[in-house]
Design a protein around this ligand. Structure first.
Ligand code: NAP
Length: 253
């Protein structure tokens, strides 16, 4: 990694992506912050201490992602680090209760969307012989739970893409990593449940990870010397040991 890398973050309008944008900016990086919500991108860019570009994009739109990456100005054109973070889930219904549209939206965002960004950015990293793709996976890639069939499948697919990509770019100097969090308190469950109270219930009595916790791990992964490739990091809150294995011992909120 160069001393002042250019870092492209998807899903920078909230949660883990926003924390990554903030931490990399504090560390002196040039940050390309992306997401669908333009107002949030503007507010984030104004708050960052370092140079920033914002791209309002939907990762599901391959042509637009490619065009916006190709259109970056010279200062930001050479992307050193991609934080492949944008993602979501819809509801906790069983597959038999879920609509085909919701299933497709999860796969299109978490799998096709991630691929669209990789396709737009990875070839130039390979051509330059350096770069780092860090995907935000999930413990859901390694497990499956009631009401999680599609989301868990999307994260398992992302895990396979990450592992396959690491093999494909072997010998080019490009590094590929995944950081797989357990429970992190973000807007994720508010969107998933569509109800702030149901989302708060997820974290009842336990102390979840914060977005900053994950950003610090991403920054550590990226900050290793160029010859060190951290393949994967699985990180839980101390109050979690697996899906559904949560100690509700009165912490958190
Ligand atoms: N929170 C957890 O417990 C947890 C645990 C494991 C893994 N993760 C993973 O961590 C990642 C970040 O989630 P989070 O917890 O930080 O949730 P969050 O606060 O809801 O943030 C999700 C981000 O993804 C962006 N996004 C969603 N759909 C998008 C699309 N079609 N195009 C572009 N951007 C899109 C959102 O931006 P816009 O809405 O502005 O587009 C937002 O910035 C996800 O991949 C999630 O699966 C989260």
């Amino acid at each position: 990694m160069t001393t002042s890398p250019t870092v492209f973050v998807t899903g920078a309008t909230s949660g883990i992506g926003r924390a990554c944008a903030e931490l990399f900016s504090e560390a002196g990086a040039r940050v390309i912050a992306t997401g669908r919500r333009a107002e949030r991108l503007e507010e984030l860019a104004a708050s960052l201490p370092g140079p920033c570009r914002t791209l309002q994009l939907d990762v599901r739109d391959a042509d637009d992602v490619a065009a916006q990456v190709a259109g970056l100005d010279d200062e930001f054109a050479e992307i050193d680090v991609l934080v492949n973070n944008a993602g979501m889930a819809i509801g906790r219904d069983g597959l038999h209760e879920m609509s085909p549209g919701d299933s497709a939206a999860v796969i299109e965002t978490n799998v096709i969307g991630a691929l669209n960004v990789i396709h737009a950015i990875l070839p130039a990293m390979v051509a330059r012989g350096r770069g780092h793709v860090v995907s935000i996976g999930s413990n859901a890639a390694r497990d499956v739970y009631a009401g999680g069939a599609v989301y868990c499948a999307s994260k398992a697919a992302l895990d396979r893409i990450t592992k396959g990509m690491r093999i494909d770019v072997l010998g080019t100097g490009v590094r590929v990593s995944t950081v797989d969090p357990g429970m992190v308190r973000t807007e994720f469950n508010e969107h998933r449940m569509g109800d702030p109270e149901a989302a708060a219930e997820v974290y009842r009595g336990m102390t979840p990870l914060t977005p900053r916790d994950i950003a610090e791990i991403v920054a550590w992964v990226v900050g290793r010397p160029d010859h060190v490739q951290v393949a994967e990091v699985l990180v839980y809150a101390t109050d979690q040991a697996g899906h559904g294995q949560v100690a509700r011992r009165g912490g958190g909120s």
